[in-house]
Design a protein around this ligand. Structure first.
Ligand code: GRF
Length: 208
């Protein structure tokens, strides 16, 4: 069994989707730990209720990003992770941290990267008059919301959308996309060639 560690800062709806898929699809992997930088993250309660170990590393206790990341890494590594999953983890990570998990750390971002990295993605997509938006699952590199793209889901942007309605439509797709991409990863079905990731069985790496 491979070990998955999920990092989150809040709600944890992607965590739920991943835990459910791992169990229902009998992945050769399980979520063994959930780590948060916020003690009040709802995702921690879901994890605990499902028998998954939790840990909190509050970023406010650290004087620098380096110090926080170094403690975070120690906590994560106690779970002997094969895969580290960022699921709404609202911290910028330092290069040494990201490089420590190179090739085994992934993120979901609520835009069609490389468009709109960072915060307020839906606001920016609406302001730009985008007709499509979506979500991206990618390997994490030291550059924020950047890295080889594993899969993307597109959704329409409707004329009467606001940030909340667009976010909800995208999130619903994330719950399909992220488990699918992780399932491929833990089953050894991804090949990375430079910046390009291929699903080796030829399954579509997009959802519309
Ligand atoms: C998602 O929109 C994800 O794309 C972003 O943070 C949000 C996390 O939501 N990175 P949840 O905590 O998984 O419900």
């Amino acid at each position: 069994m491979k070990n998955i560690v999920v990092l989150l800062s809040g709600r944890g709806s992607n965590l739920e989707a991943i835990v459910r898929a791992a169990r229902a699809e009998r992945w050769p992997a399980q979520v063994v730990g959930v780590v948060s930088n916020r003690a009040d993250a709802a995702g921690l309660a879901f994890a605990a209720a499902h028998g998954i170990a939790t840990a909190v590393v509050e970023h406010t206790r650290f004087v620098s990003r380096q110090a926080f990341d170094s403690e975070l890494q120690q906590v994560i590594d106690r779970f002997a992770p094969d895969v580290v999953v960022l699921a709404g983890f609202m911290r910028i990570l330092t290069r040494p941290f990201v490089e420590h998990y190179a090739g085994r750390i992934v993120n979901v971002h609520p835009s069609l990267l490389p468009a709109f990295p960072g915060l307020h993605t839906h606001r920016m997509a609406l302001a730009a008059g985008c007709k499509l938006s979506g979500a991206t699952v990618h390997f994490v590199t030291a550059e924020l919301d950047h890295g080889p793209i594993i899969a993307q889901a597109a959704v329409p942007v409707l004329p009467d959308d606001d940030e909340a309605t667009l976010a909800a439509r995208v999130l619903q797709r994330e719950h399909v996309l992220y488990p699918r991409a992780l399932g491929w990863l833990v089953n050894g079905l991804l090949q990375v060639n430079g910046g390009c990731v291929t699903q080796t069985l030829g399954e579509p790496q997009w959802l519309c």
